[in-house]
Design a protein around this ligand. Sequence first.
Ligand SMILES: CC(C)(COP(=O)(O)OP(=O)(O)OC[C@H]1O[C@@H](n2cnc3c(N)ncnc32)[C@H](O)[C@@H]1OP(=O)(O)O)[C@@H](O)C(=O)NCCC(=O)NCCS
Length: 209
Amino acid sequence: MRTPLTPRHTGMADAVEFSLQMGVPDAGQPEAVRLYWQAFRSKLGRVLGPDALAIDLLGGAVQANHAVVALNRSGDLVAMAGFRSAEGGFMPLAPRNLTRVYGRLGGLWRSALLRQLGDDLGDDQFVIEGVVVHPDWRGRGLGSAMIAELAAHARASGYDCVRLEVSDDNRRAKALYQRLGFQTVRHQRLRFLSPVFGMSGSTIMTRFV
Ligand SMILES: CC(C)(COP(=O)(O)OP(=O)(O)OC[C@H]1O[C@@H](n2cnc3c(N)ncnc32)[C@H](O)[C@@H]1OP(=O)(O)O)[C@@H](O)C(=O)NCCC(=O)NCCS
């Protein structure tokens, strides 16, 4: 499924001067990777570090059409929210991507560890992933606007539900998702892998769209 790459203002754009568009523009891809790594480094740093290799991996993996982004008035990318659907995900850390960057053995063990982060809820739902707002832009409605945009996109693509996952330590994000109507469907504990990913577990939440 292809999504149009046309900028589109939201109702909140006038107040906070940002616009949303489906798809990461070419010029915004390095910033998308940087924001992603900055936000998820504490969770993935032990497995994907050092930084240069992780940035290389993410840069090669990004699927530009699997995200909504927010741009400021100069057209700079200031936020993004990725999604996974039947056609694939936003930053798929597939074995072949890992092998390209870390070699065969390095790719194998990283792949095995990353599989522990997934859930077994299947690929028939629309999954929101990689939601990040630049620190200077947080608390101004961008996260909520991007999630609303993805919910509308999911509905238009024939889904009746969206799913996302939030780490136990991310209380503010979880509170935001609850306010936006998401409900907990499952909590998963990482057990012996919690020191590797720096969190005890995560909550899976869903919402009808
Ligand atoms: C979580 C996040 C995407 C929310 O985006 P946002 O644009 O700030 O969200 P909104 O402005 O629509 O809503 C604000 C609410 O977001 C939540 N929030 C979470 N982290 C926040 C932060 N660092 N700063 C401000 N708000 C945050 C709060 O519930 C806040 O409401 P509050 O001010 O009453 O506490 C953003 O804070 C972020 O990028 N955090 C770092 C990456 C991350 O944790 N992503 C989520 C992974 S599941």
